[in-house]
Structures are given as structure tokens and as C-alpha cells.
Design a protein around this ligand. Sequence first.
Ligand SMILES: [Zn+2]
Length: 394
Amino acid sequence: MIELSGLRRYNTRSGTTRLEADIKFIGMKIPAPADKLYLEVDANFGGMLVDDAYDSFMLVALHSAMFHKTDLRIRGNVSKRLYKNLTNYTQKILCDYSDEFSPVKIIVDGFTSTAATGNLIGAGISCGADSLSTVYDRFIREDDPDYRINALFFFNCGANGYFADPFTATAARNNFRHGATCAAELGLPIIFVDTNLHRLKPAESKETFIFFATFACVLAMQNAVRRYYIAGSYSYGEIKRCGVEFDCHDLAGFGESFFLPLIQTERTEIILDGCQYRRIDKVVKLADWDIARKFLYVCASHTEDASNCGTCQKCLRTLLTFEMLGKLDDFAKIFDVEQYRRESFNYKVSCVLNADKDIFCREIVDLAAELNFPMPTRSGCYILGDNVMLVADD
Ligand SMILES: [Zn+2]
């Protein structure tokens, strides 16, 4: 059994406020990955941390409990809505997604009060296409104060690597700096949330853990956050058509549209934003936004200065979209466009060849057709080893 107890909030000597709980792995054969879990913010924001509910720690501990097939005991209170959703629905989705998870019991002492107190409308700021699309729609275009973003957040909870890897904290700080510069230009406050939640990240199941850790960070801020936008990765149509293909390797593609709305409490609503678009539509939307031209960071190679290599799959598909729109040079300051130009032909050929089996290639080919942008033709494309050969046109 995994047990959580001793929830507390306190100020540290280094000027931060920490929300902390003890975690025990009772009667289990694995070495305990941690004896305490914490989330920490600058002391100026310490009042945001909720200290009467184990909701955030419950989420990451539930992931561990389901992964290790053992029950979860919480010696304190949780949100009734979250407890019911996790017990009745969320576990079923996770078990359908991958057989590495098993349903478990969650045993709690009781439930917290239901009064909402926060007035922040939050979102993350990774500066990827999904993230900037949400900020553009829900901050630049939104004028309803109940739904307009008024604070940005950056969570160090596992997206940048394993806790024990010394590069993880450095990468998180580098990415935070980039997000903070962007937030300053937008005129929005940004709150860095440091954690050790990723001590629980299992090497075999790292992809699903980040969902739980991210939600945990949002729900830790329940005293202040009334609504929080999570930027979705896939469109409703893609999830409907291709969900089964994402079994076991991409929870977002498998079902973020029905999984995520279950992560709620009475105090904080989490909204999945972005599923109303194809990925490529988000990139098209960002092409004319000056903030995107300065801060868009999609690169999979994780450079220290948040620059984009121009040649990884994420850079290639983003730059090909800009090329189709005639906007490539507008992004020359943040992408290696020359490198892209050297590699773009091979990428276009691979998009044409893989359009039937890869969502992103399909979107590229569809947009090219919509814009009358010339692409290599399918009958003329052959791949021999790593080399692309163009033999003849249709
Ligand atoms: Zn790249």
C-alpha cells in the first residue's frame, strides 16, 4: 500500500513556501523512491498553495499505486469531486489505455469544503505551438474576464527529465527563463512551481506520469486558481479517428478529450483548450503573431538558449507550414532556416509517403492541397535506406 500523511505548508529559509506530505510504500518490494513529496513557490505566492486537501499528492500517488498494483491510503481530506472521478472513471480510462495499470482502492479520511476562493485564470507557457495557441486565443482574443488568462505558470515536475538527472533542473530553469521573457512581453505574471514529484516517475511509464504531475501542480494552487487551461495536443477529430492507434504510447492521442475533463475539484476547473484545432491550424494562426516570431520554441533537441535547430521532426513540420504560408523568413531569427532549406525536400517527400499513416504528415499534405503549394508527388517518391529518390512525376 502507498500511504500519504502529514500534509503541511511552511516557509523555508531560502524565501520559498513549500507544500509537503509524507509518502510511505508499505509492504512493497520496490525501493521507496521518496519519503516526502513537495511543491514549492516563491514565498510571495505561498498563499496560493492549498493546505487542507491532499488532491495534488493524491494524483501522483495514484499513478504510482496503479502502476505498482497496490491501494492508496490518504490520512486526510481530498476533494469529493476529484475522488469520485478518479475512483469511478479515470482509472478505467487508464486501464483501457495500458495494461501496465491496474484499478486500485483510494481510502481517505474525508472531504474538504467546496468553496472556491481563487480569481486566477491560469495557463502554462512552454512556448510550444500548443501553448502559444492557447495563450493567443485565451489572452489576446478573449475579453471575458472570467475566462481571460491573467497568470502564467511553469511547472518543474518531470517534463524536462528524471529528478536524479542533474541536467533536468538546469533544463527546467532554461525553459522557465524563456517563458518568463515571453510573459514579460505579454504583461502577464509568471509563477515558477518547483517540485520533487518526478521522483515517482517510473522509467517504464514516463509518458503518462507527466499528465498526473502537471495536474498535481495545478491543483496545488487551488487557493488562487479558479480556472486553468491545459493546451491540448490533438484535435477532437484525430482522437476520434486515431485514438486506438495511440494505445500504450500516447495518452493525449488516446483520449485527452475525455480523460482530462475528469480532473476537477470544486475549487478549480481545468479546461482542455486546443482540441478544436488541427495541430497545423495552430501553427497557421501563430504565423502572423509578433510574440510567436520571437518566442516560438518547438525544437525536440532542447537547446540551452531555446533556439530551434530547424532539422528535427518538430522543427521541420513547423517550418514547412511557414514555408507554405510564405512566412519562412519571418522566423529566421529563432529557427535555423538555412539548415531547414537544405533538408526540406527530403522532409516533403517523407510527408507525402507517410500521409496515410502519420497524422502530422497528413495535415501537411492536406494544407499543401488547400494552399496549392507544390509537393513531390507520391508516385515519384521512393526511399532507399536513408536516401530519398525522386524518380518521376505523376
Ligand atoms: Zn529542432
